[in-house]
Design a protein around this ligand. Structure first.
Ligand code: FBP
Length: 542
C-alpha cells in the first residue's frame, strides 16, 4: 500500500526496551494468586491453572535457563482493533530472533477462527517490516469468533498439535483473554504441551488489574478522540449556537470518556459507573444535562460540549433490568420491534413500560443481535440522539415555566471506529513492543495461563517491570446468554479511585466556565510526545 511521510518516518523507529532485556534474566515468583470473585467456583473450573503466582523478570549473571531454546509460537489478534497490536507481534518476533534464533512465529488469520481452521501465515521480517509502529490489525486480521463448543476446542487442539506449537499468544480484550484462559486449561488437561498466554488489548481500558496497569490502545484512542473533541470545542465557542453531544466508544466502562474529559475539559461528562451507583433513571440523567444548559443560559451561553459514554444505557438500572430481560428472551426466541409483538408480554410490567416509552429507533437498536459473547452491541445504539431529544423536551417544559431563558440546538456525534486504528502513540508503540518481548520470554520459561504484564509505566521505559500474572486472577462468574459463565471481570471506573475523585473536584467549574482544551494531534516528537494519559498517572498517583 501507499505510505504517508509520517508512516514512513515511524516504520524505522525501534521502541526503547525495559533494561532487563539488556542482559540475562530469570523468573521471580510473586505470591500465589486467587480470582476477582467466586474463587471456589473458578478453582473448580480451572483446576490445572488456578492459583499460580504472578511472575516478573529479574536480571541475573549468565544464562539462568535455556535462553536459546528454539520455539514454535502462534499469535492471534482477537476482537476489536487497538493501536499497537502490530508492535506486540514485532516485539514477539524480535525477541525470538534475537534470543532464540531459528524459532518460528505463526500468525493466525482473521482472529480465533484462524486457529480453528488452521489458517496462518508465517511472520517474517519482510512481512512484518511495513507494519512496525503502524495502527490496525491488518497484518493478519482479527475476528470476534469464540472457541466455545467441544468441537471447536478439538479444532484448536488439532491445529496446535499439527503445528507442534510450544506456545500460543492471544492478543485480546476481556472476552478473548477469557478464551485464552480456557484454552490454557484445556491444553493442560489434555496434556498438550502448547502454553497459552494472553496480552491486554482494548481501547476501552477495562482490562486491567494490580499487575496489568492498562490495556494497550487506550492511550492512542483517547488522544485521537480528544483532538476531535478539542476541535469541536473551538467550533462551539466560535459560533456559540450548538450544544454538541459526543458519544465515545467503550462498550461498558466509562474510562475513555473520563480520560477525554481530562484532556479537553467539557461542560459535562457522564460517567456510567456514577449513574449506576446513584441508581439514576433516564429522566434524572436528562435533568442533570438540562440543569447545566440552564445555568449556562443564565450567563448568556447557549453552546457547549457534553461527553457521553457508549455504555451509558447499560448503566442505568432500569434499562439494565430491561436489557437483562431482553437478553434472556433473545437467547430462546426471536423478538421484533412490532409494537404488538406477543413476546412483549413476557417482559415484567416495569420493563415493558420502559421499553414502550423509548423512541422506536432505540427499541430497534436494543433488539439487535448480541455479539458472539452475548453482549448488547452498544456501539449501534444512538444514545446521544436519544439524549438530545429528551433534553430538548425537558428544556421546552422549562421554557414554558420561565426557568430556561434560552435556546437549544443539539448536534450529535459518535467517535468510535476512527480511534481504533490510528498510528500508536509513543506510549502504546513502546508498551506493546515490551508486551511482545514479555510474551515470548514467558513462553521460553514454559509458563501457561498467564497474561503478559508490564508495570511501573509512569517511569522511563528502561525502568518498566516485565512479567505476567495468572489469567484466572482476573476472573469471576457472570451471567451471559442466560447462564453463569467464568469471565474476566471488567475493570470499571472506580468512584473512590484517583481519576474519578479528581474529575468530581473540577467538573462544576468546567460546567459553567469555558475551560476548553484543544490538545491537537498526537505528537511523535517534541515536548508532549512521551506523555502518558491522565488516567494512568492519577491511578498510579504519579
Ligand atoms: P474489544 O473489547 O474487543 O477491544 O472491542 C472494543 C470495542 O471497540 C468497543 O469499544 C465497541 O463497543 C466494540 O468494540 C465494537 O465492536 P465491533 O467492532 O464488533 O463493532
Amino acid at each position: 500500500s501507499v505510505y504517508s511521510p509520517v508512516q514512513v518516518y515511524r516504520i524505522d523507529r525501534t521502541p526503547p526496551l525495559p533494561k532487563v532485556f539488556n542482559g540475562h534474566f530469570r523468573l521471580e515468583n510473586g505470591p500465589p494468586t486467587t480470582s476477582a470473585g467466586h474463587p471456589e467456583d473458578i478453582k473448580k473450573l480451572f483446576p490445572h491453572t488456578f492459583g499460580q503466582p504472578s511472575v516478573h523478570l529479574a536480571p541475573c549473571e549468565g544464562a539462568c535457563f535455556d535462553e536459546a531454546r528454539k520455539l514454535k509460537v502462534g499469535v492471534v489478534l482477537s476482537g476489536g482493533q487497538a493501536p499497537g497490536g502490530h508492535n506486540v507481534i514485532a516485539g514477539m518476533f524480535d525477541y525470538l530472533e534475537k534470543n532464540a534464533p531459528g524459532s518460528v512465529l505463526f500468525g493466525f488469520k482473521g482472529g480465533p477462527a484462524g486457529i480453528m481452521r488452521n489458517k496462518w501465515v508465517e511472520i517474517t521480517s519482510r512481512l512484518l517490516y511495513p507494519f512496525r509502529n503502524q495502527g490496525g490489525f491488518d497484518i493478519i486480521g482479527s475476528g470476534r469468533d469464540k472457541i466455545e463448543t467441544p468441537e471447536q476446542f478439538q479444532q484448536a487442539v488439532d491445529t496446535v498439535v499439527a503445528l507442534d506449537l510450544d506456545g500460543l499468544v492471544v492478543i485480546g480484550g476481556d472476552d478473548s483473554n477469557t478464551n485464552a484462559a480456557m484454552l490454557a486449561e484445556h491444553f493442560r488437561e489434555k496434556k498438550i504441551k502448547t502454553a497459552v498466554l494472553g496480552c491486554p488489548k482494548t481501547i476501552d481500558g477495562d482490562l486491567k488489574s494490580k499487575q496489568v496497569p492498562i490495556s494497550f490502545g487506550f492511550d492512542t484512542a483517547c488522544k485521537i478522540y480528544s483532538e476531535m473533541i478539542g476541535n469541536i470545542m473551538v467550533d462551539a465557542r466560535s459560533t456559540q449556537k450548538y450544544y454538541h453531544f459526543i458519544r465515545l466508544m467503550g462498550r461498558a466502562a466509562s474510562h475513555i470518556t473520563l480520560e477525554c474529559a481530562f484532556q479537553t475539559h467539557p461542560n459535562g461528562a457522564i460517567i456510567g459507573e456514577e449513574i449506576h451507583h446513584q441508581k439514576k433513571t433516564l429522566r434524572q440523567v436528562t435533568n442533570t444535562i438540562a440543569d447545566i444548559i440552564c445555568k449556562r443560559a443564565h450567563i448568556g451561553k447557549h453552546y457547549g460540549v457534553f461527553l457521553i459514554p457508549e455504555g451509558l444505557i447499560d448503566f442505568i438500572p432500569e434499562i439494565q433490568t430491561l436489557i437483562a430481560e431482553l437478553n434472556d428472551l433473545l437467547a430462546t426466541q426471536a423478538c421484533d420491534a412490532d409494537a404488538h409483538g406477543a413476546w412483549r408480554t413476557k417482559l415484567k410490567p416495569q420493563a415493558r413500560a420502559l421499553f414502550a416509552s423509548l423512541p422506536s429507533s432505540i427499541q430497534d437498536q436494543l433488539l439487535l443481535e448480541r455479539d458472539p459473547h452475548g453482549n448488547v452491541q452498544v456501539a449501534k445504539i444512538e444514545t446521544e440522539k436519544m439524549l438530545i431529544s429528551m433534553v430538548e423536551e425537558e428544556l421546552s417544559h422549562r421554557r414554558h415555566e420561565d426557568t430556561f431563558p434560552g435556546q437549544f440546538k443539539g448536534q450529535a456525534h459518535f467517535f468510535g471506529y476512527e480511534g481504533r486504528c490510528g498510528m500508536p502513540t509513543n506510549f502504546d508503540a513502546t508498551y506493546c513492543y515490551a508486551l511482545g518481548f514479555a510474551a515470548s520470554a514467558l513462553l521460553g520459561f514454559g509458563h501457561t495461563g498467564l497474561i503478559a504484564s508490564v508495570s511501573n509505566l509512569t517511569d522511563k521505559p528502561a525502568e518498566w517491570v516485565v512479567g505476567g500474572t495468572a489469567l484466572t486472577e482476573l476472573m469471576d462468574l457472570e451471567r451471559r446468554a442466560g447462564r453463569d459463565k467464568p469471565v474476566i471481570r471488567k475493570a470499571m471506573v472506580e468512584l473512590d479511585g484517583g481519576p474519578f475523585r479528581e474529575f468530581a473536584r473540577v467538573r462544576d467549574a468546567w460546567a459553567v466556565e469555558d475551560s476548553f482544551v484543544s490538545p491537537g494531534p498526537i505528537q511523535f516528537a517534541g515536548p508532549s510526545a512521551d506523555d502518558t494519559c491522565f488516567t494512568l498517572k492519577l491511578e498510579l498517583g504519579a
